[in-house]
Structure formats: C-alpha cells, structure tokens
Design a protein around this ligand. Structure first.
Ligand code: GLY
Length: 367
C-alpha cells in the first residue's frame, strides 16, 4: 500500500530540510530528487544486508529521475563503522566520477547512515546527502539531525561531523524485513521520545504493544511521526547539542557504559538504552524527581516490548568506569538526563558517585 507522505520540516534556516514519512514512500524518490535539483552522479552507499533487498530498486528509482548512479556496499555491522570505510567509499566515488555537485544516498540503518553521512560531509569538503533509513532506530533517531561519523578504537563516534541531510525519506514498509529483535530494540528510542517529551506518545506505546509488534502500519505511523517531530523540534532549537539536544541522551550515559563493557556485542544499541533508562529512572527516584510508580511504568512498557530491564550480573564498577570515558563527559563532569515526570526531563551535573552506583545497581533486581 502507498500512502501520501506526511512532511515534517527540520527548520534550520537555509539548511532546512524535509522528512517525508509514509508507507511506500520510497516510490517518491524520483520526484524528490527532481524537486531538490539533484544533478550529476548519485552514489548509493549501503551495506551487505540492505543491498540485496533494496539496492536494485533504489538504483532504478534514481535512473527514473534521469540521473546516473553508482552503488557502493560496505559489510554490515557496527564493527565496520571505521574511518577505513570512509576512505573506501571515497575511492569508489572518485572512480565513478563523482564531484562536488554530486549527491550521496545513505540507504540502510544507523551504521550506514552515520558512515555515508560522514563520507558525504568530507567528500571534497562536503556534498549533499539524502538519508533513506531502513531500520526503526534510523527512522526515528539517527537519520534526522545531522550527526555523522565513525568509531575510533578509543571511543564510539569520536570521528565525525555535523552534516545535515538535504532530505530524509522514511518508508515504513521497509520495516517489514526487519528481524523482530531489531524492531523491538528500535522501539526503545520511541519510548525514550515519549518519556522525554510526550506523555501521549508514551501512552500510545503502552496501549498498542500487540499492534505495533505485529507491524500494524496504522499503529506505527504515530510513534514514527511523533518521534521525528520531537527530534526535528529539538534539532532546530539546538543543532550542536549546547543544551536541549542533550535531552535525547536520556538513558544513554548509562547505556553507552553498558555497551562499552559488553564490547557492543551482548546488547543491541536499543537494548542497552532500555537498561540505561531503567538506571536513569532509578536515579530520578534517588534524586526525588520521580516516584516508584514512574519507574515501574517505564519498566513495564519496555518489558512489554521484550526489551531487557534487568541485568542481574551487571558489572557495576566496570559500567561506572566506562561511563566516565563517554565523549559526552565535559571537563570531567558527567551530565545525567533525568525525568522529572512523564514527558519531561532535566539535566543534572551534581550526581554523586554513590547515587550513580545505586542507579546502576537497580539493574540487579526486578523492582
Ligand atoms: N541521537 C541523539 C542525537 O541525535 O542528538
């Protein structure tokens, strides 16, 4: 089924761009390329999971717009999100004859979006990029907002640039090929958007578990659209994360520590963020900002989506240590994003080591 796309604008003055959301929206790609005045060669940057499913179709759609294309494929997986991939993509693009007037299409999940976005940011000092996200995490979070980059052995996303896309094309139908675990993990970021900014979104997630997990597109449309609206508003207000954009990091200070100690292997990103949100809830309770009922509500919603909410053997010291290496640490101070009610968060830099420890220890038990 194809529905007319909903259009949301990320308002950044001359760099404003549209997010098109719908079912079957991919078919709107030729019209979008024409509307954006894309010319020359288009590089479709994708990975080895997505290329067999969508590479040929996207290449044909680019040709339908009267453009030439080259498709460049990287191996799928976070472990390949390295600077060498940017060099490889750049080499393929130079060989194909791309120049400063060319455009990149980032076709894939969060890893592809970040690597392709950074390749576009650095190719001949920056060319245009269109994001076509194919996973929930990428559709509701990473494709919007211009954060691009790759990992360094010493830290996640430590090489990168802000490079806003020219457009984001979200086709919800593409989610049908997602493995169930990926879908569930991606929904953690949607739940996060409800907690930080929209209690009605959170309620929808609580009410619609069965239909969302069954990929009912009507039930999924609102969470994806609201997540993009929330993210678009936050990015428009604070593109470079000087203030309110840090709200999006709810659960991430703890979650990044959890990902680091498990070497990014045990938990998917969204699963680590779910555990991180349990810690953030416990910290809010410790600080007197939320009560037991809030923590239980948050936990129950994530559990209903099959997300992890306990980790009995959590290595508390190692997680706390890893958190201090996060790139979000400034001048040795950890900033925690803490809920002070459903749909609202505050920033706290006065959290003691004991309070942070008790928040991580909350993962040991059910309550
Ligand atoms: N994923 C958080 C941000 O884009 O700021």
């Amino acid at each position: 089924m194809t529905t007319a796309p909903t259009e949301i604008t990320v308002s950044l003055g001359e760099r404003s761009y549209p997010i098109l959301i719908g079912e079957g929206t991919l078919d709107a790609l030729p019209a979008l390329l024409t509307r954006m005045g894309v010319s020359g060669i288009v590089a479709i940057l994708t990975d080895s999971n997505v290329e067999p499913l969508l590479g040929g179709r996207v290449a044909a759609l680019v040709r339908d717009a009267g453009l030439r294309e080259v498709t460049c494929v990287m191996p799928a997986g976070e472990e390949f999100k390295r600077i060498s991939r940017v060099e490889e993509f750049t080499g393929m693009m130079l060989e194909a004859g791309l120049d400063r007037s060319s455009t990149v299409i980032a076709l894939g999940g969060g890893v592809v979006g970040d690597v392709a976005g950074y390749t576009a940011a650095s190719f001949m000092r920056g060319i245009r990029c269109i994001q076509i996200p194919t996973t929930i995490v990428a559709q509701v979070d990473s494709s919007v907002g211009g954060k691009t980059g790759v990992n360094h052995p010493m830290g996640k996303n430590t090489i990168g640039a802000f490079h806003q896309p020219e457009a984001v094309l979200i086709d919800m139908a593409l989610l049908r090929t997602l493995p169930p675990r990926e879908l569930r993990a991606g929904l953690a970021e949607v739940i996060k958007h409800g907690i930080i900014a929209d209690s009605a979104l959170f309620e929808h997630m609580e009410r619609s578990v069965d239909s969302i997990l069954a990929m009912d597109m009507e039930a999924l449309e609102m969470p994806i659209r609201r997540s993009c609206e929330i993210k678009a508003a936050i990015v428009a207000a604070d593109e470079r994360e000087g203030g309110v954009r840090a709200n999006l990091n709810y659960g991430h200070t703890f979650g990044h520590g959890i990902e680091a100690v498990t070497e990014y292997k045990r938990f998917l990103h969204g699963e680590a963020i779910a555990l991180g949100m349990v810690c953030a809830g416990a910290l809010g309770r410790e600080l007197g900002l939320v009560d037991d009922a809030f923590c239980e509500r948050q936990r129950a919603c994530m559990e209903a989506y099959g997300l992890p909410v306990v980790w009995p053997e959590v290595p508390v010291d190692a997680v706390l240590e890893a958190m201090t290496h996060d790139k979000k640490v400034r001048a040795g101070t950890l900033k925690f994003i803490v809920a002070n009610g459903m749909g609202s968060v505050v920033h706290r830099t006065d959290v003691t080591a004991d309070q942070a420890r008790r928040a991580v220890e909350a993962l040991r038990s059910e309550g």
